[in-house]
Design a protein around this ligand. Structure first.
Ligand code: GUN
Length: 298
């Protein structure tokens, strides 16, 4: 049976380190890391995510602010708010929760955020740094960065010679994940909806990352014996019995896959908790940079 990778415990470890380093930064330099989270509209899932980001930030000792804008906010007003935050020395990280309402061009908004405050790692400057292997100065998107920390806990930092397959090619997860694995010396294949014979390709993977958003799509016999399986999917599926509770499942059929895998992340409790932890880590990194200190590691 596979080792179950406890993302909650690793995330808590990261947050503890962030909290301790924040206290030192405040004491030594008088710099309080500041995180601004912007939400437009009333999407309930986004509201839950944003509230938990703010709560975590406060618990780390950060200056945490939330800007809640109406669903019909004009793009120009959101741009103006971001420009104010870009110029505010008390703010080291800016996160605009996605998706945005249809009248707002998300691409334009992302490129308006100052790259040195882009703790989501979505700005072209940060994407380009990661793509050219400048991993230490880039902000890396939180979900793939968190997934990478989980892989390192199992496999160490140098993944030379291992085959990695990333299923999913999104800008938020699949592509940055592939670049991180490449920077760690894996041989990387990115698979997607047009890939031929996905099961056979997955069977070649020493490290298999699933980020497709399709419940339990990756079956147990697609997993190479001993592989490290990272399940980024969080899918809500209806109860199987009337009146039963909806369940959260990943993109991997967990019970089947854990019979073959060497290590596997559960859903919930795997990658999910890492995303917020890495947002805190990225915000601390930004604050340290602004104080002229070296990059902390986690
Ligand atoms: N919506 C879903 N995931 C994310 C994320 O990682 N960052 C932002 N800004 N919005 C999201």
């Amino acid at each position: 049976m596979a080792e179950i990778i406890d993302g909650k415990a690793v995330a808590e470890d990261v947050v503890e380190k962030v909290t301790a380093m924040t206290a030192r930064l405040v004491a030594d330099k008088g710099v309080v890391p500041g995180l601004a989270v912007v939400i437009v509209g009333e999407d309930p899932a986004s509201q839950v995510y944003v509230a938990s980001k703010g709560k975590r930030a406060k618990a780390c000792g950060f200056h945490s602010v939330q800007h809640t804008l109406d669903a019909d906010t004009a793009e120009a007003d959101l741009v103006a708010l971001i420009e104010t935050l870009n110029a505010d020395p008390a703010i080291h990280g800016i996160l605009v929760q996605l998706p945005l309402p249809p009248q707002i061009d998300s691409g334009r908004i992302i490129q308006t955020i100052a790259p040195e405050k882009d703790v989501d790692g979505f700005h072209f400057i940060n994407v380009g740094k990661l793509g050219t292997g400048e991993v230490d100065t880039a902000f890396v998107p939180c979900t793939p960065a968190g997934s990478m920390l989980l892989i390192e806990r199992v496999r160490g930092r140098d993944l030379s010679g291992l085959n990695a397959v990333v299923v999913g090619r999104s800008n938020i997860v699949g592509k940055p994940m592939a670049n991180l694995l490449l920077a760690a010396n894996c041989t990387v294949t990115v698979a997607h909806s047009r890939t031929r014979d996905l099961p056979a390709l997955c069977r070649t993977a020493d490290i298999l990352v699933a980020a497709v958003g399709r419940p339990e799509m990756i079956r147990g016999d697609w997993v190479k014996p001993g592989a490290t399986v990272i399940d980024v999917g969080i899918n809500r599926v209806a109860a199987s019995t009337p009146g039963g509770k909806a369940r959260l499942v990943g993109d991997v059929a967990f019970d089947e896959a854990s019979a073959n895998a060497g290590a596997i992340t559960p859903v919930p409790g795997g990658v999910g908790p890492m995303t917020i932890a890495l947002l805190m880590a990225n915000t601390l990194v930004s604050a340290c940079r602004s104080a002229g200190l070296p990059r902390p590691t986690f």
